[in-house]
Design a protein around this ligand. Structure first.
Ligand SMILES: [Fe+2]
Ligand SMILES: [Fe+2]
Length: 258
């Protein structure tokens, strides 16, 4: 392991960037936190005792996470065709696998909670604003503007998921927490890729920043609307909703896209 770390430090920046976008890097990373888990949590982690109300709220939230992860799965897969070179295409193939895994573990968590027909339940409980966000994201992905699509997918959507999952994990039952913590580790890699790739592209063509500002204005409104809708459904207070919105906006700004 020490030898491997030394090798990484000695790489030139271009070789290093290619390495962190490789399937080999992905394999080493996920092995570290997924080994021994089944559907995203340790098999021995006990199921919490939830009352009917808590279970109901958790099912609604998980159904909406499934909508978000389906958007991420379709978006990451669609971006492969738009990506400008092989290293970015390879990275996006690892991201596509991650998003498929996220969707799978969340659907499985619904089954563990006794949801017999997750597909129907997701349809029933999906937030209209989140569906609108998904539609707009996929339009951007299929529009072929690499910077705008990558920004929508790997900055806006990832920052939204990161804010929500991070906050939820802090108060979740043990199984849900483990599932979310594994997902968050993958999302960090996706955000890192978006930040690095967009940072470079914007240095090369500063005019693209203006296009991204337009995308951000449009999507921020939808993201904040999703928070309002989903948080209201699960009975969160106005203060909690405000906190979630703030942490999303801070995440996007931390990435340098104020
Ligand atoms: Fe995801
Ligand atoms: Fe992601």
């Amino acid at each position: 392991m020490a030898g491997q770390v030394d090798d990484l430090h000695q790489m030139d920046p271009e070789a290093f960037r290619e390495h962190v976008r490789s399937f080999q890097f992905w394999l080493d990373a996920v092995e570290g936190y997924l080994e021994g888990t089944e559907y995203g949590h340790a098999p021995a982690t006990p199921e919490a005792e939830l009352d009917a109300d808590e279970r109901e709220r958790l099912v609604t939230v998980l159904c909406n996470y499934c909508v978000g992860e389906t958007a991420a799965l379709e978006g990451a897969g669609g971006l492969i065709a738009v990506a400008p070179n092989r290293a970015t295409k390879i990275f996006l193939s690892t991201q596509t696998v991650d998003e498929g895994r996220h969707l799978e573990v969340l659907v499985h968590r619904l089954r563990e909670l006794g949801v017999a027909e997750p597909e129907a339940e997701i349809e029933r409980r999906a937030s209209p604003k989140l569906l609108e966000f998904k539609g707009r994201l996929l339009e951007l992905v299929h529009g072929g503007d690499w910077e705008a699509a990558l920004f929508a997918q790997n900055v806006i959507l990832e920052a939204m998921e990161f804010a929500v999952f991070h906050r939820h994990a802090q108060e979740a039952d043990p199984r849900t927490r483990e599932v979310l913590e594994g997902i968050i580790k993958d999302e960090r890699r996706h955000i890192g890729f978006g930040e690095n790739e967009l940072g470079r592209r914007l240095r090369q063509q500063p005019a693209a920043r203006e296009r991204l500002r337009g995308v951000r204005e449009e999507l921020d409104r939808l993201v904040l609307g999703c928070f309002e809708e989903t948080m209201a459904t699960v009975g969160a207070s106005a203060a909690e909703r405000g906190e979630l919105s703030r942490s999303y906006l801070q995440a996007v700004e931390r990435l340098g896209f104020a």
